[in-house]
Design a protein around this ligand. Structure first.
Ligand code: FAD
Length: 491
């Protein structure tokens, strides 16, 4: 087996991995990053859109897996979108250089300060709101849609209708910032540049417009000359050596998923940034297979960030309607967080199916008062998740309250078109927790029971943050890596 020696190794190229890479490279450290997904830019393979799913549509599957559109046949390819299925919940995950930033809707939402303080009572909130969040906004190139454009553009009828109906029902709406370049979007509307958001591109990657991590943090990190990204390298398990270094078994695959080479990586410092599910799988599986020491908090305090999908259909399609043309980039939300009885935030989500399906789609984000737990099932060699309807009961109640209030004011029915009973409790885009900051790790992400192993990704957040999570994941990673560097952890 080929053996590779590296001083600092990062697993995963999503938000946590990209931040760690940039700050370590800027500090003059040589870093190797292993990513199981494809480097799309280097490969030259274009991303496909939602109406014509192609190579980028799914991670080694024979059929598409996007919610409501899992009907197209595919030739298995290392696509951008993956899904992990558990008994009561399906979790969607981004794969490729850039992780979740390739497939996500780019909504860049800063959490409410009061909730941030509740979730992270030990962090200095002032420092986050004055320094880390603004820093992250700058690095991720967060911007806001122009109000006039939003008012005029037919591709945003779904947002205008959604907001008008919310107001009529007595809800408060907010404008949601995004990493999609709205200057580019205005040009694509005028047909001056190739279309992306207006060409149903998002969940299988955007060919233009979206400032995913390969265009921001990772690009800057590569420019230092200190970062090497090895794509199509899947870490199988981790072993702790007697001298406190780590040995990783790694499979290099081709784009059909076939293993082309088995490799061994030895490193002194290891950063796990494989995303909540990836990091937990590596830790728990390595514990089962290699006796990797793990703290008793690993797997605990997992949550779906209160994700709960629901939708409405209009009784008379033409009376409402969200339009046949829809941008894939959401810019509106309904903020009901301060309601003591029914606190939730919901995204006014697009449903770009290429025709007016007279359906409004919402992704609610609720509190997660009852947390789940992830463990490893040695018999079946996979993760198991303690998560059932008792965990989502309050989310369902909120969704029911929301839909009823919207329908009473505006007409319409609960959407049976999208979901069996009108509710999608099983749709999760935001898995968080299981390796919580200060519980399973020290105050800066160094794993308890280890001297050279760190976790820097969504698993640090205890299952909930009240809004779409990547701004918070990025800010926490900035905070942790800055302090780890200051403490000479990577000297
Ligand atoms: P990730 O971004 O998940 O990155 C982890 C990386 O590690 C992946 O590239 C993975 O392939 C790699 N990896 C995993 N295991 C291994 C292994 N064993 N070996 C090698 N590599 C490995 N959030 C928002 O804030 N706003 C949104 O609008 C939004 N929309 C979303 C839409 C969808 C469809 C989805 C799925 C998610 C969305 N999210 C959104 C969530 C957001 O993308 C994630 O919370 C975020 O990407 C998590 O960041 P992370 O750093 O924890 O890990």
């Amino acid at each position: 087996k080929e053996t590779v020696e590296v001083p600092i190794l990062i697993i995963g190229s999503g938000y946590g991995g990209a931040v760690s890479a940039l700050r370590l490279c800027e500090a003059g450290k040589k870093v190797v990053m292993l990513e199981m997904g494809l480097n799309w830019e280097k490969s030259g393979v274009p991303f496909s859109n939602m109406l014509k799913p192609g190579k980028s549509a799914a991670w080694l599957k024979k059929k598409t897996i996007a919610p409501f559109m899992n009907i197209f046949s595919l030739t298995p390819f290392t696509g951008t979108l993956d899904r992990m299925d558990f008994e009561n919940i399906n979790i969607w995950i981004g794969r490729g250089v850039g992780g979740g930033s390739l497939v996500n809707g780019g909504m860049a939402v800063t959490p409410k300060e009061s909730y941030f303080k509740e979730v992270f009572p030990d962090l200095d909130a002032e420092k986050f709101y004055n320094h880390y969040f603004p820093l992250v906004h700058k690095e991720l190139k967060v911007n806001v849609i122009g109000e006039q454009f939003l008012k005029d553009c037919p591709y945003y009828k779904f947002t205008r209708v959604g907001e008008a109906e919310a107001h009529k029902a007595g809800f408060k709406t907010i404008r949601v910032p995004n990493v999609y370049d709205f200057q580019y979007m205005e040009k694509e509307y005028r047909n001056e540049v190739p279309r992306s958001a207006f060409n149903t591109e998002v969940i299988y990657g955007n060919n233009h417009g979206k400032n995913s991590l390969d265009k921001t943090y990772l690009k800057k990190a590569l420019e230092t000359g200190n970062l090497e990204i090895m794509d199509l390298h899947c870490v199988e398990n981790i072993k702790l050596n007697d001298d406190k270094t780590y040995t990783l078994q790694v499979q290099q695959i081709d784009t059909s998923g076939a293993v082309v080479s088995d490799k061994v990586f030895n490193c002194k410092k290891l950063i796990l940034a494989a995303g909540t599910m990836g990091t937990l799988k590596l830790l728990l599986q390595s514990n089962a297979v290699n006796n990797l020491p793990i703290h008793e908090q690993i797997g605990k305090n997992w949550g779906n960030n209160g994700n709960f999908m629901t939708g409405r259909n209009w009784v008379k399609p033409l009376s409402g309607g969200t339009g046949s043309k829809q941008s894939t980039i959401p810019v509106g939300g309904i903020d009901n967080w301060d309601d003591k009885e029914h606190p939730f935030f919901t995204e006014i989500a697009p449903l770009p199916m290429g025709m007016d399906v007279a359906t409004a789609l919402y992704l609610l984000i609720n509190r997660v008062d009852k947390k789940g737990e992830i463990s490893y099932d040695s018999t079946n060699k996979k993760l198991s998740l303690d998560w059932n309807e008792t965990h989502t009961a309050k989310m369902r109640e909120n969704a029911d309250y929301f839909i009823k209030k919207m329908n009473r004011a505006n007409g319409g029915t609960r959407s049976h078109f999208l979901f069996n009973n009108g509710f999608g409790a099983d749709v999760c885009y935001h898995p968080l927790g299981g390796c919580v900051l200060g519980k399973a790790t020290n105050e800066y992400g160094k794993l308890k029971a280890h001297e050279n192993l760190y976790v820097l990704d969504g698993s640090l957040i205890p299952g909930t943050i009240g809004v779409n999570p990547f701004v918070t994941i990025t800010a926490i990673a900035e905070y942790c890596v800055e302090n780890l560097i200051t403490q000479n952890e990577f000297a």
